[in-house]
Ligand binder design. Structure first.
Ligand code: HPA
Length: 274
């Protein structure tokens, strides 16, 4: 008989437990062009997605597809280098499967990063934005379908989807180090198109500061699982009716790579304070 979602989560977690021994309580998901954080990890184990049972395989350019275990900022962490995007064709259960597995391994705090387009007129390319909240515009919620009470409640609250305590910690670090750190609401869309000028304007009107094609599904599942979440966007392009520049994947990657030292510093310092 085909295995249930729950059985697959447990099977994958058992495989990983056996492979790596020591288990992390902190998980990190790295976005497009933001993989450099991995170079700061004192790596103990690496598992390619293709060698992990039940794991989807990452395809998009700029992602290499590995689960990395090691020490960062004095804490033992698991980091996903490369995530699964809905626009690649994965379904929502696949997109969020690694978060389920992390939870099963004992992860209770999740750091997520992404590249995003800025609508807030104060933002500049290269800014780092702490995600204070999100607006889910994906066509499907990852919790649609049978709810496993073992994983979380049928109707989870999303009132503090991003931990205020972790936001405050990031602000403290930014203040102490003189880092320009923006705050904002992340709008999650399915992509793969970038927005029309009218769409960027619309997302601004409904309360968004930045828009991207990831993060929201993983954050919903992490909240369902009772994890606390810290999210950060690197602003890689700007959108709106007055913006003439055309965003491309290459520009997004370039801008993310340039801005990532700031993001890396904040996450590393936060880990040191947890
Ligand atoms: N829109 C959507 N996703 C993105 C953008 C954008 O402008 N920039 C980076 N990811």
């Amino acid at each position: 008989m085909e295995k249930t979602y729950l059985e697959r989560i447990k099977e994958t977690a058992s495989f990983i437990k056996e492979a790596v021994g020591e288990l992390p309580r902190i998980g990190i998901i790295l976005g497009t062009g933001l993989g450099d954080l991995v170079n700061h990890i004192n790596i103990k184990y690496e598992l390619s997605y293709q060698n992990i049972p039940n794991f989807p395989i990452s395809t998009v350019e700029g992602h290499s597809g590995k689960l990395i275990f090691g020490n960062l900022g004095g804490k033992y962490v698991v980091a996903m280098q490369g995530r699964f995007h809905f626009y690649e064709g994965y379904d929502m259960k696949q997109v969020t499967f690694p978060v389920r597995v992390m939870k099963e391994l004992g992860v209770d705090t999740l750091f997520v990063s992404n590249a995003a387009g800025g609508m807030n007129k104060e933002f500049k390319v290269g800014d780092v934005m702490v995600i204070t909240d999100h607006i889910n515009l994906f066509p499907e919620n990852p919790l649609r379908g049978k709810n496993y009470e073992d994983l979380g409640p049928r109707f989870p609250a999303m009132t503090e989807a991003y931990s205020q305590a972790l936001i405050d910690m990031a602000d403290d670090i930014a203040r102490e180090d003189g880092i320009r750190l923006m705050h904002g609401v992340y709008v999650g869309t399915q992509g793969p198109t970038f927005e029309t000028p009218a769409e960027y304007e619309y997302f601004r009107v409904i309360g968004g500061d930045a828009v991207g094609m990831s993060t929201v599904p993983e954050v919903i599942v992490a909240n369902h699982a009772g994890m606390r979440v810290f999210g950060v966007s690197v602003i890689t392009d700007l959108g709106g009716k007055d913006i003439k520049e055309v965003p491309t994947h290459e520009e997004v990657q370039k801008a993310a790579i340039k801005a990532q030292p700031v993001m890396t510093k904040i996450i590393k310092d936060m880990l040191g304070r947890l």
